[in-house]
Design a binder for this molecule. Structure first.
Ligand code: FAD
Length: 410
């Protein structure tokens, strides 16, 4: 029987483990904590069928000036850690040029096309339907010109990729979400996106499905990974385990492990924060406040606000400036209630400079595979890229051409 150690129990690792398992592999999933407790726990919980365009780095002077002078809540940076980001940002800038971004969109949209379908299979098998709403989300605008502009982009996405949406006027929006302030110009309701009331619980449900189907989950440190005469070995809290293959699915921590094998993979580390609020009004569907760069959605613990990108050092203490600003903006829209936790959660979106995941066999180590770097949409894409990697490892013809995601491109 073919065997693999999957390192990392986030959405990507758990989905990869499941797809290998259903191909008859013996799989051990290793994480230093329970599955689904890191980035895949703290996100906005959207399975984003509409996200056909990975976020490019802004290249126009007006937006860059806004970021540089702290006048946007979408992106913030800490001056003292800027040196850490210079190289990945320079590459991100290069890949964000219109022609290169178009290539990235083509490769990205091919993965997104599989996202909800692959989740659907796992949701049903994991009996996790109670966590899912298949009703989309609303992108809300406070500025009529920005709404008009976004409608044009949405129409293009519809023409090119078949993404479905509905435009809501201000009064239609007020009827759809009666708790909202009613003088907004309108919204785009993205219809195909699914939303999850507890993202960590969905990963747990998938991990339980993996265990019920004969998989093993152990606590261990991925940094103990060693190459052996027959494959790969890792130390767990009980013993060392061995397998012919190993998969690195450590999300934002993946480059740290790969460094010891001589791979230097750049990431643009975009930190995001969340906080839950309770005791206020309840939202029907999640919404993104496009004018103020945050999302908020009804979740198991209350309304969860998630913030945009902060470029800081991985070890920096929390500086939840964007959360404070998002909270103030959200309070203009709805009765948000009180903070439900003493401190905000934060985690890092693992974004590659060319906006595509790193997926496939490692360039120089037989049996070592990679699946990480899903950026803003790893929760969405875990099952789709898990399937793609498992197909490659199993020697099948992959459903999608994997060339754009190849690991040797950095
Ligand atoms: C604020 C915010 C909002 C977001 N919203 C969305 C959204 O709505 N939709 C969407 O699709 N995506 C969203 N994302 C992105 C998404 O959350 C990530 O892309 C995705 O969770 C990455 O999954 P992963 O499995 O690669 O990484 P992770 O979920 O981080 O999993 C990596 C795992 O590796 C483990 N690990 C790390 N180091 C070691 C080690 N040395 N030994 C053992 N184990 C280790 C960790 O414990 C962790 O469990 C958001 C991200 C943020 C920050």
């Amino acid at each position: 029987m073919k065997s693999a150690i999957v390192l990392g129990g986030g959405m990507v690792g758990v989905a990869t483990a499941l797809h290998l398992q259903r191909r008859g592999w013996s799989v051990t999933l290793v994480d230093r904590r329970e599955p689904g407790r890191e980035t895949s726990y703290g996100n906005a919980g959207m399975i984003q069928a509409e996200a056909v365009r990975p976020y490019p780095m802004p290249r126009d002077l007006a937006t860059l000036l806004k970021i540089a002078t702290g006048r946007t809540n979408d992106v913030r940076y800490s001056l003292s850690s800027l040196h850490l980001h210079i190289e990945p940002l320079a590459r991100y800038w290069w890949h964000s040029a219109p022609k290169r971004h178009r290539d990235a969109i083509a490769a990205w949209a091919r993965l997104i096309a599989y996202a909800t379908g692959e989740h659907d299979v796992l949701i049903r098998e994991a009996h996790a339907d109670n966590l899912i709403r298949r009703a989309g989300y609303r992108a809300v605008y406070r500025d009529a010109a920005a709404l008009e502009h976004s409608i044009k982009d949405a129409e293009e996405d519809q023409r090119e990729f078949g993404v479905k949406f509905r435009v809501l006027s201000g009064s239609e929006l007020a009827r759809a979400e009666p708790i909202l302030r009613d003088d907004l110009p309108g919204a785009i309701h993205w219809l195909d996106t699914w939303t999850v009331s507890d993202p960590g619980a969905l990963v747990t449900a998938y991990a339980e499905l993996f265990e019920r189907s004969g998989g093993t989950i152990v606590i261990g440190d991925a940094q103990s990974l060693r190459q052996t005469a027959t494959g790969w070995s890792v130390a767990t809290d009980k013993s060392r385990i061995d397998a012919a293959s190993a998969v690195v699915a450590l999300g934002p921590w993946s480059p740290d492990l790969l460094h010891q094998f001589g791979y230097r993979i750049p990431l643009v580390r975009k930190r995001g924060y969340h906080m839950h609020y309770s005791g206020g009004a309840s939202l029907d569907l999640p919404m993104v406040d496009k004018s103020n760069g945050y999302a908020m959605g009804p979740m198991a613990k209350g309304i969860r606000i998630t913030t945009g990108a902060e470029l800081t050092s991985p070890d920096a203490l929390a500086t939840p400036v964007q959360l404070a600003s998002a909270e103030a903006s959200a309070r203009e829209l709805i009765d948000l209630g009180k903070r439900a936790e003493p401190d905000p959660w934060f985690g890092t979106r693992p974004c590659t400079p060319d906006m595509l995941p790193v997926l496939g066999p490692s360039p120089r180590h037989p049996g070592l595979w990679m699946n990480f770097g899903h950026g803003h949409q790893g929760f969405t894409l875990g099952p789709a890229t898990g399937r793609l990697l498992a197909e490659m490892m199993n020697g099948e013809t992959p459903a999608i051409d994997p060339a754009p995601y190849r690991t040797e491109r950095f």
